[in-house]
Design a binder for this molecule. Structure first.
Ligand SMILES: Cc1cc2nc3c(=O)[nH]c(=O)nc-3n(C[C@H](O)[C@H](O)[C@H](O)COP(=O)(O)O)c2cc1C
Length: 314
C-alpha cells in the first residue's frame, strides 16, 4: 500500500543540491520555513557498501525533520539496501533521482538515463516502496528533447507505490539552460493523484504564485533561488500568506553567513573552500560583493575571510 506523503508545514520545499544542501545549510533553510529539506544525491551503491565518506553526508539534525535523503543508482538491490539503511538512520522520506543530467551519472545508466527505461523505473519504485515503512518519492525531469514523457513516468511511479513526485520541468539535454516548461508540471498534476511538487525557475514570491496558478501543483521546490539565500523561504511563505513582500537587510544577510559558518563548525563540515564559496553566495548582489570576490582570491585563513565579511557591514 502506498504510504501517504506527510502533511507539511508550508508549501515550499528545498531542492536537493550537490555541494550546497549540507546539514548546516539545510538547518538554515528549515529555520526560515522550508517545510521539507533534502540531502544532495548520494550514491546508493556506496551506501549499500556502508561507505563512510558517503554515510557522513547522510547525517542530519533533529531540527531538520521531516528530512528526505536522495539516492541514485540503476541497481535495484543497492537502492533497496541503501533505502533500508537510511530508514533505520531516521530519515522520514527516501527520494530517488531520475533526472540528474551530469555526464558521470548518465554514463552509469543512473539519474536522467533511467527516464528512457520505464520498466526499470517501475521495478525500482515497486521494490523499494514495498520494502520500507516510510514514503518513497521520485524526482524526475520533463523527459528528453524528442520525447517529453513526464506524465507517463509519473503515472508509473504512482502505480508502483511512490508517495509524491517532483518534476524539474526541463529536459535532460537542457541541463540548467533555457527556461523550465511549467506546462509539463500542469500535465502531470492532471494525470496523478499523489502530491506533485513543481520545480524549475522559481526565484521569488511572484514566481511561486505564478507556478501554483499555472500548474495547480501541491508544493514548490526551490533550488538555485535558495543558494546563499535561505531567507527566500520566509519571503515566499510570508507573501503567500499575507500578500506582502519582505526584504532582508545586508546586515542580516551577513549574520546568516556567520550563522551558517557556526553550524558548519558544529557539525564538523567547515572548510576554507566552502567558507569562501558561501561568502560569495551569501553576498551576491550586495554592495561591495564584486570587490569581496576579488579579495577572497588567494585567501587561505578563516580569520581573513571573517575580516573581509565583517568589513562589508562596517
Ligand atoms: C549546484 C546544484 C546542484 C544540484 N544537485 C542536485 C542533486 O544532488 N539532486 C537533484 O535531484 N537535483 C540537483 N540539482 C537540481 C535541483 O534540485 C533543481 O532541480 C534545479 O536546480 C531546478 O530548480 P531551480 O530552478 O529552483 O534551481 C542541482 C542543482 C544545482 C544548481
Amino acid at each position: 500500500m502506498t504510504k501517504s506523503f506527510p502533511e507539511l508545514s508550508s508549501k515550499i520545499i528545498l531542492a536537493p543540491m550537490a555541494d550546497i544542501t549540507n546539514i548546516a545549510f539545510r538547518i538554515m533553510c528549515k529555520k526560515y520555513g522550508a517545510s521539507l529539506v533534502s540531502t544532495e544525491l548520494l550514491s546508493a551503491n556506496a551506501i549499500s557498501r556502508e561507505n563512510n565518506a558517503v554515510l557522513k553526508l547522510a547525517l542530519f539534525d533533529k531540527s531538520e525533520k521531516p528530512v528526505s535523503c536522495q539516492i541514485f543508482s540503476q541497481n535495484t538491490k543497492n537502492l533497496l539496501k541503501a533505502a533500508k539503511i537510511l530508514e533505520n538512520k531516521g530519515f522520514d522520506i527516501i527520494d530517488i533521482n531520475f533526472g540528474c543530467p551530469s555526464k558521470k551519472i548518465i554514463e552509469q545508466g543512473s539519474g536522467g538515463a533511467l527516464l528512457k527505461r520505464k520498466n526499470k523505473i517501475a521495478e525500482i519504485i515497486k521494490a523499494v516502496s514495498s520494502s520500507i515503512k516510510i514514503p518513497l518519492t521520485a524526482k524526475i525531469r520533463s523527459g528528453f528533447k524528442n520525447r517529453i514523457n513526464a506524465v507517463e513516468i509519473a503515472k508509473i511511479c504512482e502505480e508502483n507505490g511512490a508517495s509524491a513526485i517532483t518534476i524539474h520541468a526541463r529536459t535532460v539535454e537542457q541541463e540548467y539552460s533555457g527556461k523550465a516548461d511549467w506546462k509539463v508540471i500542469a500535465d502531470v498534476k492532471k494525470a496523478v493523484k499523489i502530491p506533485v511538487i513543481g520545480n524549475g525557475d522559481v526565484f521569488n514570491e511572484k514566481d511561486a504564485e505564478r507556478m501554483f496558478k499555472e500548474t495547480s501543483c501541491d508544493y514548490i521546490m526551490i533550488g538555485r533561488g535558495a543558494i546563499g539565500n535561505p531567507f527566500i523561504f520566509k519571503q515566499i511563505n510570508h507573501y503567500l500568506k499575507a500578500g506582502e513582500i519582505i526584504k532582508q537587510t545586508k546586515e542580516d544577510k551577513i549574520k546568516d553567513y556567520f550563522e551558517y559558518i557556526e553550524l558548519a563548525k558544529k557539525f564538523n563540515i567547515f572548510s576554507i573552500k566552502d567558507a569562501k564559496s558561501k561568502a560569495q553566495e551569501f553576498t551576491k548582489g550586495l554592495e561591495g560583493s564584486v570587490k569581496l570576490r576579488r579579495e577572497l582570491n588567494g585567501v587561505k585563513e578563516w580569520v581573513e575571510i571573517e575580516r573581509l565579511m565583517k568589513s562589508l557591514v562596517m
